[in-house]
Each structure stands twice: as C-alpha cells, then as structure tokens.
Design a protein around this ligand. Structure first.
Ligand code: F6R
Length: 255
C-alpha cells in the first residue's frame, strides 16, 4: 500500500485515473460523496482543456441507497451523472438497483454485472469517519460480496448534510459492493481530506487488518494507494516515512 500525503490530492488522484485511461483502462469504479468531487472536477477540466478522453470506458458505482429512484436528487446514480459522467465522454455507467424489492437478487445481479464488465481497472474510494468503504460498515466480512447493508447511525448523521440535515430522510439501507468485490479491482485509490478523516485513516493504514475498520482491507491487495492531505494524514505514526518514500519514488514507478 502506498500512502501519498499531498496538498493536492485531486491532482494525484486525477493523475492515477488519467494515466490508467491513457494506458487503455476500460472500466472505472466510481465513488460518490464529497471526497472525490475535486478529483471529478479536475478530470472534467482535463477532458475539456487537455483532451483527456474516456471514450470506450465504462463505469460502475460502489453503492446506492435502497428506496431512492435514480431520479432522486440524492440517489448516487444521479449524483455521479451530475458531478462527473454527464460532463465527459464516458460510456455506460452502472449502479445497483435500489428500487428492486428483491434486494438479494438486485445485489447478486450487480455483482455478476461487475464480473462481466470488469475487472475494474481503477476503483476510486472515499472513507467514512467510522472506516467504511463503499457502505461496508464496521463488522463487514473482509471477503463480502455485493449485498444489502444497514447504515450505522453515525453514517446516517454524517450524510444528513445531503438531505437538508434531516436524519429522517436519510435511508437506512443501501446496496453496496462488498469488500471482496472491491478488492478485485486492479488498483484501489482512496482519497481523504480534512481532520475529520484523520482517525479513520490512521486505523485503516496503521491498525490491524480487521473487519472493525473495513478500509484496513486496503492493506491486502497488491495495488492500493491512499491519497491524503496533511490534515487527514495528521494522525499517521509514520507520516515522515510516507513523505520520504513518495519523494524518492523511482521515476518508472510513478503511475
Ligand atoms: C460513497 C461511498 C462512501 C463514501 C464515504 C465518505 O459512494 O462509497 O464510502 O466514500 O461515506 O463520504 P464523504 O466523501 O462524503 O465524506
């Protein structure tokens, strides 16, 4: 796992994604929430100004709220269209069907779809303040597949800001890619900014690999990058070491 501490996480993330696309990536894994927004803005800018093209690339979302149709302002299907995919020349964009009353079938179908259109070349991730990735809340099995999950109160409170600060409007359930599903991506790239993520990042990066912190699964696959600003990195014990490694990274490993 590589830890990149930078004042410009969106540039490092955009370099990872643009590099993969330029090298022939065909499937991107997209996260929603506020963390990847600056990255999406930067990718849109590069598309408009620098000719970065997503032609021939498909995208799969990590998760979706149960009970929100894709037209709902806070559905993740709509969020990603508004904030990224409608602004670039990307191909099909898939997300779990949060409206299918047979949640189990919807989850299994989505997992099968990812196998069909995958493997995901780069999976973008954010991290919850409780260490979740996707909506794999603490205690999620480390090999879990796409399934329905119940959000913790903490996650619902964190996300209430998107729902007029009205907790009652925040759905209780989601369909999320499992940790096992996510780890099948060729490259996991997690972005986190701000002090509010510092505890979660410290446990994910330097704590034990444990279902208590689902993001600690990034310690397992061969290619994972954690891109953080100094505030989100502030509780890392080996802060200086990560900076040293990144500064001295061999030129031919910079991808
Ligand atoms: C959303 C997702 C979540 C978020 C996490 C952080 O698709 O997968 O894991 O990445 O809840 O959310 P923000 O970035 O809003 O702090």
């Amino acid at each position: 796992m590589e830890v990149v501490i930078t004042d410009h996480p969106e540039q490092v993330m955009a370099d990872i994604i643009a590099g993969a696309v330029t090298d022939g990536a065909t499937t991107l894994g997209l996260a929603t929430g506020s963390s990847p927004l600056p990255t999406y803005r930067e990718l849109i800018r590069r598309h408009r100004e620098d000719g970065l093209s997503f032609a021939g690339v498909k995208a799969v979302l990590l998760d979706e709220y149960v009970g929100l149709p894709p037209t709902h302002p806070e559905s993740y299907a709509r969020f990603i269209r508004e904030n990224f995919t409608d602004h670039v020349d990307i191909g099909d964009v898939y997300s779990p069907d949060g409206m299918d009353p047979d949640y189990r079938a919807a989850a299994l179908n989505y997992d099968a779809l990812i196998k069909e259109v995958g493997p995901v070349d780069v999976q973008i991730l954010g991290i919850g303040s409780n260490g979740h990735i996707g909506f794999n809340e603490p205690s999620s099995a480390l090999t879990s597949r796409t399934r329905i999950k119940t959000l913790t109160e903490k996650t619902r409170q964190d996300n209430a800001r998107f729902f007029d600060d009205d907790l009652d409007q925040v759905p209780m359930h989601v369909i999320t890619q499992g940790l096992g599903t996510i780890c099948e991506a060729r490259h996991l790239a997690l972005v986190a900014t701000g002090e509010g993520k510092a505890d979660a990042i410290a446990v994910a990066v330097e704590g034990p690999l444990s279902a208590a912190c689902p993001a600690s699964i990034l310690q397992w696959p061969p290619h994972a990058t954690v891109v953080v600003d100094p505030a989100a990195a502030s509780k890392l014990r080996d802060y200086d070491y990560y900076r040293y490694v990144y500064e001295n990274k061999p030129e031919n490993q910079r991808s």
